[in-house]
Design a protein around this ligand. Structure first.
Ligand SMILES: NC(=O)c1ccc[n+]([C@@H]2O[C@H](COP(=O)([O-])OP(=O)(O)OC[C@H]3O[C@@H](n4cnc5c(N)ncnc54)[C@H](OP(=O)(O)O)[C@@H]3O)[C@@H](O)[C@H]2O)c1
Length: 313
C-alpha cells in the first residue's frame, strides 16, 4: 500500500488528494522505491493547472518526477545507470514516475545511488534542477572567460546554474530579490535585482560585457534584457519563455526535446557526485508532510524562501 498524490481534476492545488494505492510487483527493468523525500518543482503544478491542456482521460493524474528513498523490491534485470540495483539501496530517482508517493514502482533507468553524505531532503530535490541547469550551460557552452547573466538566480534551477557556472570558471551575475543577495554572493554570484533598469545595472556589474544569458523565469524583461546584452542569440537559452525563443530565434531547453533528455540523463552521476563532495549545495527552503502537498504547491507559486520545497511521506 502507498499514500499517493493524485490530481483529480484540472485546476488549482485544491484538486490534489492523497489516496491509498496498491503497489504492484516490479516488472522487468523496474524497482520499488520507498520514498523519504520528494522534490517539488513548478512543472508538477503546471501538469494539472491546464497549462499543458486538459485531457480528462489523464485523470486521476499522478505527479512527481524526482525523489530519494530506499529500494524495497527489484524486478528482473533491474540495472540503473550505475549498475545493478538491490533491495536496501539508498537511491535517487530522476526521471522518476509518480514520485509523489510513499512507495512507487520506478524504471530502473531512473535510479542512481544516493551519496551517503547527502541527506534525504537534499538528495530528493537535487536532480531536476541540477540537470536542467547543466543542460542550459551545455547549450550555452559556458566556460572560463564567460560572464553569464542568470535570470532567477535564487530559484531552484538558478541556484544550481550559478554553482555549475562557477565550477566551470565563469563569472556570474544573477537576478533575484534583495533578500536573496547575500546567499547569491555566498555561492559566487554578483547579485542584482530584477525590474526597471535591469540592463543598466547588469552593464555596471559587467563592464566587459555579458557573453551568455540563461533565463529561468520567462518574463519579457528577462528575454528583452538578454537580447539587449548578448549579441549572439545562440548564447541565450530559456527554460520558460518558449514562444519568445521561437519568435526571436534563440534556443529553449526541456519539454520533450530529446537532446535535453539525453544530456540531462548523461549528467546525473556527475551531478550527484559533485553534490556528494559538497561542491554543489542544494539548499532546502521548506519541508512539508506529503498530506500538505496542496499547501506546498500554493506557496511555491508565491514569493518564497530561497531553496527547494520537499515533501516528506
Ligand atoms: N524547460 C525545462 O526543462 C524546465 C526545467 C525546470 C524548470 N523549468 C521552469 O523554469 C522556471 C523556474 O523553475 P524553478 O524550479 O527555478 O522555480 P522556483 O524555484 O520557483 O524559482 C523561480 C524564481 O524566479 C524568481 N522570480 C520571480 N519573479 C521574477 C521576475 N519577475 N524576474 C526575475 N526572477 C523572478 C524568484 O526569485 P526571487 O525569490 O529572488 O524573486 C524565484 O526564486 C519554472 O517556470 C519552471 O517550470 C523548466
Amino acid at each position: 500500500m502507498s499514500h499517493t498524490v493524485v490530481a483529480t481534476a484540472f485546476g488549482g492545488p485544491e484538486v490534489l488528494s492523497v489516496i491509498d494505492t496498491d503497489v504492484p510487483e516490479p516488472g522487468p527493468g523496474e524497482v520499488v522505491v520507498d520514498f523519504r523525500a520528494i522534490g517539488v518543482n513548478p512543472i508538477d503544478y503546471k501538469l494539472y493547472s491546464g497549462a499543458f491542456g486538459t485531457d480528462e482521460s489523464q485523470l486521476p493524474k499522478r505527479l512527481g518526477s524526482e525523489g530519494a528513498g530506499v529500494v524495497s523490491a527489484v524486478g528482473p534485470d533491474a540495472v540503473g545507470p550505475a549498475g545493478p540495483i538491490s533491495v536496501g539501496d539508498e537511491v535517487i530517482a530522476f526521471r522518476g514516475v509518480g514520485t509523489y508517493a510513499s512507495r512507487a514502482v520506478q524504471p530502473a533507468s531512473s535510479i542512481v545511488p544516493k551519496p551517503a553524505q547527502l541527506d534525504w531532503e537534499q538528495a530528493g530535490g537535487l536532480l531536476l534542477t541540477a540537470a536542467t541547469a547543466y543542460d542550459a550551460l551545455e547549450v550555452l557552452g559556458v566556460g572560463a572567460g564567460d560572464t553569464v547573466l542568470i535570470h532567477g538566480a535564487a530559484g531552484g534551477v538558478g541556484l544550481l546554474a550559478v554553482q555549475l557556472a562557477r565550477l566551470r570558471g565563469a563569472t556570474v551575475i544573477g537576478t533575484g530579490r534583495e533578500v536573496n543577495h547575500d546567499y547569491l554572493r555566498s555561492i559566487g554570484a554578483e547579485p542584482t535585482t530584477y525590474g526597471d533598469g535591469l540592463a543598466d545595472r547588469v552593464r555596471g556589474l559587467a563592464p566587459g560585457g555579458i557573453t551568455a544569458a540563461f533565463d529561468t523565469v520567462g518574463t519579457d524583461e528577462a528575454v528583452d534584457v538578454s537580447l539587449e546584452l548578448v549579441a549572439d542569440r545562440s548564447h541565450i537559452v530559456t527554460t520558460a519563455a518558449f514562444e519568445r525563443a521561437q519568435a526571436e530565434g534563440f534556443p529553449s531547453i526541456g519539454g520533450s526535446n530529446p537532446d535535453s533528455t539525453e544530456r540531462r540523463d548523461a549528467a546525473r552521476l556527475e551531478l550527484v557526485g559533485l553534490a556528494g563532495e559538497g561542491k554543489l549545495v542544494n539548499a532546502v527552503a521548506k519541508t512539508f508532510p506529503l498530506a500538505d502537498v496542496a499547501t506546498a504547491h500554493s506557496e511555491l507559486q508565491q514569493p518564497h524562501d530561497i531553496g527547494k520545497f520537499i515533501l516528506v511521506p
